[in-house]
Structures are given as C-alpha cells and as structure tokens.
Design a protein around this ligand. Structure first.
Ligand code: DC
Length: 229
C-alpha cells in the first residue's frame, strides 16, 4: 500500500509571514515546504514576458499548455520554480508579478491547471503547503489547517522590510506596499473561485503581536498536537 504522508495547510493573506514561518517549521519537522503562491507567480511571469494581459482568460488559457512547471528544493529546503527548463525563482518577487499573480489566480482555468500539480507533491511528500485555498480546496483532508493573519499595517511593514533587504528600488514606497497589499487581499478574498478564507476546521492565528520565533513556535505546537514526527 502507498505510504500515507502528512500534510499541513497554511493559508492566509499576503505578508502574514506564511512563507518564512512555514519554511522554518518544515525544516524543524523534516517536511517539504511548498510555496504555492510561487507557481501562480510563475504563470504570471510567463504571461507578462509574452505581453499577455494577466486577466485575459482566453489568452492565458492558450498559454498554459506551453508551460512546463517544476518545483525543486535545495539541500536547505528552499523551493525553486523551474519554468520550461529555466530557474525563474529570482524573477517572482517584484510588485508587478505580485499583482499579475493575483489576477491570473482568479482565472478558473489557471486554478484547474495547477491543482493536480499541488496535490501530487502532497501525495508524495510530508508537506507544509502555504497558499490561499490549501485547507479549503487543494488539501481538504490535511492533518492540520492553520489560517495565519496579521493586521494590514503589520503585513505591509514586514513586506516592505523584506523588499528593502532584497534591495528593491527605493522608489517602492511604504505606502504603496500597503495599498498594493490591500488591493490584493480584496481581489483574493472576493474572487468567485477558491477565495481566500479559512476552512471551517482551520485554527486561526493572528501574528500581529508576535515575533517570528513566537509564530514558528505557535505553529509547531499546533502541528505537534496532531502529528507525531
Ligand atoms: O502567496 P503569494 O503572495 O506568493 O501569492 C501570489 C498570488 O497568488 C496571490 O495574490 C493569490 C494567488 N494564490 C492563490 O490564489 N492561491 C494560492 N494557493 C496561492 C497563491
């Protein structure tokens, strides 16, 4: 019989710290960390590089069959996204790609295209998977579901610091980080398909007043209540 794997779903809005927290918790548990936002970003990147409007369903749909997406992990558990044989991870974090990813992710054809790819990873590895619809749609039977949030101001500040660390141009003002984040929350929460919302059986965790380490510890505690590793 096929070995059963553990799956942990972490959903929440952008900038809630999901990726850092999930990656560190996965490393602690020896699980694979899967950042599903990165594959929506990869589709967005492909659309932008071909001059396709990320909201144009027909054009994006026509693009999908030519996309060969692959996830790989470095020794220390960092996920890389390969598109048609090239590692495009370094191109995925710009504000332009963030907005385009939010737009392509509202298209049912894109969600359908990426659904099985996400499920295959969870079937074959112990995973902590982060996204918007992991607990509700992708892995409805996940062993633990966590919905991670923080106030928009706290999230914008964290995102801004992250962008600063990566040396994103100075012109990217703190205020526009907040406005972009709120616009993306709106779009991700109000789309018709797989909107951002907590699963009925998710544990809600607000990290606004927590340090990174406190958030990681809180997540690990929730996971270890249900999962013995
Ligand atoms: O997590 P992120 O910021 O990298 O995600 C980028 C966009 O992708 C986000 O605005 C919404 C979309 N997304 C999604 O719809 N479903 C997911 N499971 C993950 C991301």
């Amino acid at each position: 019989m096929e070995k059963q794997h553990y799956s942990i779903a972490i959903d929440g809005p952008g900038g809630a710290g999901k990726s850092t927290i999930a990656r560190r918790a996965a490393a602690e548990l020896g699980f694979v960390y899967v950042d599903t936002g990165a594959i929506y970003r990869a589709v967005a990147c492909a659309a932008l590089s071909r001059g396709i409007d990320p909201s144009d369903e027909a054009a994006v749909s026509a693009l999908l069959p030519s996309l060969q997406l692959e996830l790989r992990w470095t020794e220390d558990g960092v996920q890389h996204v390969w598109l048609n044989g090239a590692d495009i991870s370094a191109q995925l974090r710009t504000p332009e790609v963030s907005t385009a990813a939010s737009r392509v992710s509202a298209l049912p054809v894109v969600r359908q295209f990426l659904l099985e790819q996400q499920r295959v990873v969870a079937r074959t590895h112990d995973v902590i998977m982060d996204g918007r619809d992991i607990g509700t749609v992708v892995l409805p039977d996940a062993d633990v579901k966590i919905f991670l949030s923080a106030s928009p101001e706290v999230r914008a500040r964290r995102r801004w610091l992250e962008l600063q660390e990566k040396g994103t141009p100075d012109t990217f003002e703190g205020e526009s980080v907040l406005a972009d984040l709120i616009a993306r929350d709106e779009r991700d929460s109000n789309r018709a398909i797989a909107p951002l919302r907590p699963a009925d059986d998710a544990v809600l965790l607000d990290t606004s007043g927590m340090t990174l380490q406190e958030s990681i510890d809180a997540i690990l505690k929730l996971i270890r209540k249900k999962v013995t590793v």
